[in-house]
Design a binder for this molecule. Structure first.
Ligand code: ATP
Length: 232
């Protein structure tokens, strides 16, 4: 399902402290594409991702996914929208500390009526031999793999990733980007990936650059570079 954003605006604060963080964002993200959202710190990337994710409300504008309009949904429908259509991956993995890798992924599966097979997913994620460990027995990369597993087990239409490699070293970052790329190929989920790392744009189908709350560039890449060949 294509995601359409129409004139999304968002401010924080009141009166003289009011800051307009998104100043009318309009774009279209095609089904199954990897879209990288770039921009300097404070340009509004996370705010936009949170609005797409139904975590935050916009002040005005519309988000359409298929024939549904996100802003018009009541709380119950919005919860269903998040569960059905969206998976989240954050910079700080947000795993449940006393659950094993497999149990953390099962948490995601409970939220879906069409979950992927967990054992097969553990193998795809390279986590099979770690499935009974708890998060603090894992490296950062393994924790992020688990977080991706928890998001993807629902087989969401859209995978939202906010700086997924922000806490990882160079090689582990590339492995995680490759995993996101593999997941996109295998399951066909749309991926929206927020980053301030310019090199990551080369693995995307679509690159949206934000600056001061506005879209400065919105381009389709003619040629994608595989994540493992990215360099920065
Ligand atoms: N809940 C909030 N209340 C007040 N201001 C906020 C809130 N959330 C974000 N902002 C402000 O909105 C602006 C954009 O923030 P946002 O996190 O969307 O930017 P970003 O591009 O993701 O930045 P970064 O790369 O540093 O994460 C910043 O100036 C930030 O201080």
């Amino acid at each position: 399902m294509t995601l359409i954003l129409e004139d999304i605006k968002k401010s924080f604060g009141e009166e003289e402290n009011k800051t307009e963080v998104l100043k009318g964002i309009s774009c279209e993200i095609k089904d199954g594409n990897i879209c990288v959202l770039l921009g300097p710190s404070g340009s509004g990337k996370s705010t936009l991702l949170n609005i797409i994710g139904g975590i935050e409300n916009s002040d005005s504008g519309k988000i359409k996914i298929g024939d549904e309009v996100v802003g018009e949904m009541k709380e119950k429908k919005l919860t269903q929208y998040r569960r059905k259509h969206l998976g989240y991956v954050f910079q700080s993995y947000n795993l449940i500390p006393n659950l094993t890798v497999k149990e953390n992924i099962e948490v995601g599966a409970y939220l879906s009526d069409k979950p992927l097979d967990i054992d097969e997913l553990l193998k795809t994620l390279g986590l099979w031999e770690h499935k009974d460990k708890i998060p603090n027995q894992l490296s950062g990369g393994q924790q992020q793999r688990t977080a991706i597993g928890r998001a993807i087990v629902k087989n969401p239409d859209i995978l939202l990733c906010d700086e997924p490699t922000g806490a990882l070293d160079y090689n582990t970052s590339k492995e995680i980007l490759k995993l996101i790329e593999d997941v996109n190929k295998k399951f066909g989920n749309t991926v929206i990936l927020v980053t301030h790392n310019d090199a990551i744009k080369n693995m995307a189908d679509q690159v949206i650059k934000l600056k001061d709350g506005q879209i400065r560039h919105n381009d389709m890449n003619e040629k994608k570079i595989p994540a493992m060949e990215l360099d920065w």
